[in-house]
Design a binder for this molecule. Structure first.
Ligand code: ADP
Ligand code: MG
Length: 480
C-alpha cells in the first residue's frame, strides 16, 4: 500500500501514511485546487471490483457525507478507483491526534465528561439523521486544538460488515472492547448501541483502562454480555457517584435500560457534574437551567450567555415552526425538559448544555450579533433564506450583518449538501443598508430570479436564488 505515496488519486496527491486501522489505511493527501490537506481512508481493495459492494458503499457514504456538525469529521468526497483497485473516502484532516493517544492514565472527571459530551452531540446529530456509528471508540475521536473533539468513521463499520463474511460473534468489524452486547451477539444495532460504546469510552477515560479485557476478542465480547461493569474501579479512581450512576445507565446490558438518545446522555452528564459540584471546562455548559427560566420556551439564551455579551434573540413562533419541523420518531423530551437556547440562525431549541445548534450547527453563543449595527427604528436589518428544495426543504435560516457563505461543506454558514452545490458556492454580506450576493467560482453558478450572476448583486426581498440545483428564497427581516 505504501506504493501509493506520491501517487495521484483523483485530484489528490498522497503525501504520507498517517494511520493503519483494523480494515483500512489512512493517508494524508494534498488537494491543489483548494490548497489544503485532507485525510484519505482507503478501504480493502478486494471489493472495489464488486458492483454490489460499490453500490452499497456509495449509498452509505452519501448519507454520511450529508452530516454537517462541529463534532463530526466532514467527508469531502468518496469513490472507487478501479485503476488503483481501491475504494476511498476523502475527509477533513484533523491534526491533533486521537482520544486514544490521550488515554495513558485516568483523566479528570470534568475533562472526560467534556470529551464524552462532545461525542454525544455529534452522535445525536447522526442519530437524528438515521445514521448509527457502530464503532464508537477513542481511536475514532479525533482532536483539534482546545480539546475540540470530532467523531470519525460513521457507518464505515456497516459498509465493511455488509461486504465481508466477518460478521460472526466476536469477529464483527466494531471493536470488541467498546461493543454493546447486542452488537457482539450479531443482533441488530440502533442508536442505543452507540450509547453503550460511549459509556465504555467514558469508563476508559475515568479509569485509564477498559472495563473488560482479555487475550482474545471473543472473551471480551462474552464479558460485555455477562459480566457486570466493575464499578469498584470507578469508586477507587475517585469518580463521583452521580457520574457513576450515569455511566451505569449508559452501559446497561439491555438497550431498553439505557438512555434512549444521545441528547439524554448530554443532559444526564451535565446534571451529574453539577450534582457532584464540578463545573464543566466550558462556561456555557454550567448546568441545565429549569424550563421556567425561559418563559414560553422560545425566548433566548440564559442570563449566563447574555453575560457573555450576546443579546437575546427573539424568534417568532412562526419561524420556529417553519424551521424546526421536528424529527419523526425521535424523542424530544430532552429538549422540552431543559427549556433551551433558541438558535439565532434556524430557530431550533437547544438545551443550555449545547455549544452548537443540533439542527444547523450555528454557535449558540451567537457572538456575531455584535455585527448588527445598522438598524431601522432600533431594529437591525437581517437576512433570511428559506430553502425550497432538497434535504432542507421548508427550513429558514437567518443571517447577521456579517459575511456569510453558502456551500456544500462544513465551515459554511448555510450548508446545502447537494452535489450540484460547490464547496464554497456563494457569499452573502451586508453593507450600508443593502444585502449583497456574490458567486464564488462555483461549478454550477448562482442565479438570482433566473439570471446567472457574474458579479455581486444587491438582493431584494422575495428574490429567488439558485445555488446549483438548490432553490432558496431571500427575505429581508428585522431583528428584535
Ligand atoms: N481525518 C483524519 N485526520 C487525521 N488523522 C486521521 C483521520 N482519520 C483517521 N486518522 C488516523 O488514522 C488512524 C487509523 O484510522 P482508522 O483506519 O479509522 O483506524 P482506527 O479508527 O481503528 O484507528 C487513526 O487512529 C488516526 O490516528
Ligand atoms: Mg477510525
Amino acid at each position: 500500500m505504501d506504493s501509493l505515496i506520491n501517487q495521484q488519486l483523483g485530484q489528490f496527491r498522497i503525501v504520507e501514511r498517517i494511520g493503519v486501522g483494523g480494515m483500512a489505511m489512512v493517508y494524508k493527501a494534498y488537494q491543489p485546487t483548494l490548497d489544503r490537506h485532507v485525510a484519505i481512508k482507503i478501504l480493502p481493495a478486494s471489493q472495489s471490483q464488486d458492483p454490489v459492494f460499490v453500490k452499497r458503499f456509495v449509498q452509505e457514504a452519501r448519507s454520511v457525507a450529508k452530516l454537517a456538525h462541529p463534532n463530526i469529521v466532514q467527508i469531502h468526497d468518496f469513490g472507487t478507483d478501479p485503476n488503483n483497485n481501491v475504494t476511498y473516502i476523502v475527509m477533513e484532516y484533523v491534526d491533533g491526534g486521537t482520544l486514544k493517544d490521550r488515554l495513558n492514565g485516568p483523566m479528570l472527571a470534568t475533562e472526560a465528561v467534556d470529551f464524552i459530551i462532545q461525542a454525544a452531540e455529534g452522535l445525536d446529530c447522526a442519530h437524528r439523521n438515521g445514521i448509527i456509528h457502530r464503532d464508537v471508540k477513542p481511536a475514532n475521536m479525533l482532536l483539534r486544538k482546545g480539546n475540540h473533539l470530532l467523531l470519525s468513521d460513521f457507518g464505515i463499520a456497516k459498509i465493511l460488515e455488509e461486504s465481508t463474511s466477518l460478521t460472526r460473534v466476536g469477529t464483527g468489524i466494531g471493536t470488541p472492547q467498546y461493543m454493546a452486547p447486542e452488537q457482539g451477539m450479531g443482533q441488530p444495532v440502533d442508536r442505543r448501541s452507540d450509547i453503550y460504546s460511549l459509556g465504555i469510552v467514558l469508563f476508559h477515560c475515568l479509569c485509564g483502562s477498559v472495563p473488560f479485557a482479555a487475550e482474545n476478542p471473543l472473551t471480551v465480547t462474552v464479558k460485555h454480555i455477562n459480566e457486570p461493569l466493575p464499578v469498584g474501579r470507578l469508586t477507587s479512581a475517585g469518580v463521583p457517584d452521580p457520574l457513576i450512576q450515569v455511566l451505569l445507565k449508559m452501559s446497561a446490558k439491555q438497550a431498553g435500560d439505557r438512555y434512549q438518545s444521545a441528547e439524554e446522555v448530554v443532559a444526564a452528564l451535565t446534571s451529574a457534574l453539577s450534582a457532584a459540584n464540578l463545573s464543566m471546562p466550558r462556561a456555557y455548559r454550567a448546568g441545565i437551567s429549569p424550563a421556567s427560566q425561559f418563559g414560553e420556551g422560545n425566548r433566548g439564551p440564559s442570563g449566563q450567555l447574555q453575560g457573555r455579551g450576546a443579546p437575546t434573540p427573539a424568534v417568532s413562533s412562526s419561524l420556529l415552526q417553519s424551521s424546526h419541523p421536528g424529527y419523526p420518531g425521535y424523542p424530544q423530551q430532552g429538549m422540552s425538559q431543559a427549556g433551551g437556547i433558541a438558535c439565532f440562525r434556524c430557530g431550533s431549541l437547544n438545551p443550555t448544555t449545547r455549544r452548537f445548534c443540533t439542527s444547523c450547527g450555528d454557535e449558540l453563543a451567537n457572538s456575531r450579533a455584535s455585527k448588527d449595527t445598522y438598524t431601522i427604528n432600533g431594529r437591525p436589518i437581517l437576512a433570511r433564506m428559506t430553502v425550497k428544495t432538497g434535504l432542507l426543504d421548508g427550513r429558514s435560516y437567518r443571517f447577521h450583518q456579517d459575511v456569510s457563505t453558502v456551500g456544500r461543506t462544513n465551515g459554511n454558514d448555510l450548508i446545502l449538501a447537494d452535489q450540484s452545490v460547490s464547496r464554497r458556492h456563494a457569499r452573502l454580506w451586508f453593507t450600508d443598508g443593502y444585502w449583497y450576493l456574490e458567486n464564488l467560482s462555483s461549478s454550477n453558478g448562482t442565479l438570482v430570479n433566473n439570471v446567472r450572476i457574474f458579479q455581486s448583486v444587491v438582493l431584494n426581498d422575495g428574490d429567488v436564488i439558485n445555488f446549483g440545483d438548490e432553490v432558496v428564497v431571500f427575505n429581508i427581516v428585522y431583528g428584535p
